[in-house]
Structures are given as C-alpha cells and as structure tokens.
Write a protein that binds this ligand. Structure first.
Ligand SMILES: C[S@@+](CC[C@H](N)C(=O)[O-])C[C@H]1O[C@@H](n2cnc3c(N)ncnc32)[C@H](O)[C@@H]1O
Length: 264
C-alpha cells in the first residue's frame, strides 16, 4: 500500500532495458506509441482495483511481458492483491499484447485486511495500524472477495487464468506449495506491506522463481518492515541479488540471478 501519488508517466523510460543491457526484453520492432497506449489503457481499466501508482503498474506490465518474451518458465504470483488491480494488469497485458493469456496469475490474499504490525515495521506502520479503520486508511486494506470475483468475471478471466487463493499466507502457501513449485514462478509480486508477510513470501516462494525471473517488492520504500524483510531474506540466504528502484522510488524489484554476469 502506498500513497496514491501516481504521477503522469508519459514516457516509459528504460523500457527496453529491464534486465540490463543483455536482455532483448521487449521486441525492438514494437511501436513505442502502441505500447504506451496499451499501458495507459490497462492503467485506466484497473484503476478502481488498485492502490499501486502508475509507475508500479507499468513496471509490473513490463516485467510480465518480458518474462514471456524471454521464455521464462512459470506462472505469475501476486501475494497481496487487495482488489486485484495489479494481478489484472498482468493478465490484461498478455491479452492486449499477445492476443491471449499465456500465464495465469495466482492471487493470494487474506481478503480480510492486513495482519498486525510489530516493532520491525517501524513507527509509521505502527501508527497506520492504530488508525487503519479511520477515513482514508483503506479499512486496513480489506478487500471483499465478492468484489474481486465480480471484477474477474467482468474482465472475462477464467478461474484457470485468475487463480484466487483466499486466506493467510502461512495457511495458503503451504497448501499450494507443491503445485506452485511444479509450475514455477516467472514473476513474483510481493505486495503485503509488513515485515512478517514479506519475509515469509520471499522465503517460501523465491526458491521457485526461475533464474532471471523478477521479484517485485512493492512496499520497499513505503515501509521500514518491508525493507528490513527484504534485506534479512537476502542476508539469510547469502544472495547477491541487487535491489532496483522503480522511478521516483515507487517500489523496488530484483532479478533472481545466481551470479553477476557482467550486466546490470
Ligand atoms: C497494499 S495491499 C495490496 C495492493 C494490491 N496489490 C494493489 O494492486 O492495490 C496489501 C494486501 O496484502 C494482504 N496481506 C498482507 N499480509 C497478508 C498475509 N499474511 N496473508 C494474506 N494476505 C495478506 C492484505 O490483505 C492486503 O490486501
């Protein structure tokens, strides 16, 4: 969750260099204007279902398309969907870009709001928790699942394309772990704000992300606990993955890469 301060992003800067200068990423023959139009259209369509600003949605779309174009193995997984906007963006990007949905999106959320914070989340988060049901605070990020299902139906996504998994991560991830492991993950969105869920999601699911796959840590700049969880996960696992900032620090992302290969 973050302040809805998405600014007009008129140019998709650096969109041809998502993974540094070694990846062809998005086809060079693509018409820039057409691509910008697609991104703008998706941002508009999913706006009622997301609190992620435009920069974060555009990066999500870019990483989803590049995962497919680069032949990365595995599904897309979002942990912390709220009303589903970011997940819908990953599906619509495929529909508009490829004319079909090639990778499903797993949509994991409690649909009961955020769990409690603890000291690791920092004073801003503790203050948010204390006022989470006051006006303007998103009802502790509670998303009624019926609204999510209605939106899925309205967009015309099938149950096999938008795989909704309601419940707390420490119940749902173990329950679906073997299936997710079998299918693999080519793009993981960790958008669950607090230390405990972010650390849990990274620990449990990052092992199934393919080499060169992307992991978005949506709240890295928004909340201390999320940043701490990402750092702890990398340190505990002795990983050298670089944390990359989205434009204007609207979120962070990493590429799962065993070793530096000379590129970014
Ligand atoms: C900021 S919202 C996600 C925003 C969303 N991705 C979007 O596009 O607007 C964070 C979500 O994480 C979910 N969440 C956080 N911790 C969780 C946990 N341990 N288990 C299940 N859901 C969790 C909350 O229910 C909430 O919907």
């Amino acid at each position: 969750m973050k302040n809805p301060r998405g600014r007009g992003l008129t140019v998709l800067r650096n969109r041809w260099s998502l993974h540094g200068n070694t990846s062809p990423v998005l086809h060079h023959h693509r018409d820039d204007m057409a691509w910008t139009d697609i991104a703008d259209r998706i941002v508009e369509e999913i706006k009622p279902f997301t609190m992620v600003p435009k920069v974060g949605i555009v990066k999500t779309i870019e990483l989803a398309i590049s995962a497919i174009e680069n032949g990365h193995r595995g599904d897309f997984v979002e942990c912390g969907t709220w009303l589903g906007g970011s997940s819908f963006a990953m599906l619509l990007a495929q529909r508009y870009h490829f004319g079909e949905i090639r990778k499903p999106v797993w949509m994991l959320d409690s649909f009961q709001g955020l769990p409690p914070t603890d000291e690791r989340d920092g004073p801003m988060a503790l203050n948010y928790t204390a006022t989470a049901y006051e006006p303007g605070n998103w009802d502790n990020c509670t998303a009624p699942i019926e609204r999510v299902r209605e939106a899925i139906a309205a967009f015309g996504f099938s149950n096999a394309e938008a795989i909704v998994v309601p419940g707390w991560f420490n119940d749902t991830i173990p329950a679906h772990k073997s299936e997710i492991a079998k299918r693999g993950i080519s793009l993981l969105r960790a958008d669950c704000d607090w230390y405990e869920p972010v650390h849990y999601v990274l620990t449990e699911l990052a092992p199934f992300v393919c080499e060169e796959g992307a992991i978005i840590i949506d709240d890295y700049f928004a909340w201390d606990g999320c940043a701490r969880a990402a750092h702890a996960f990398l340190t505990e696992n002795d990983l050298s993955w670089r944390i990359r900032s989205m434009d204007d620090f609207h979120g962070a992302w990493m590429i799962k890469r065993a070793h530096r290969t000379g590129a970014l």
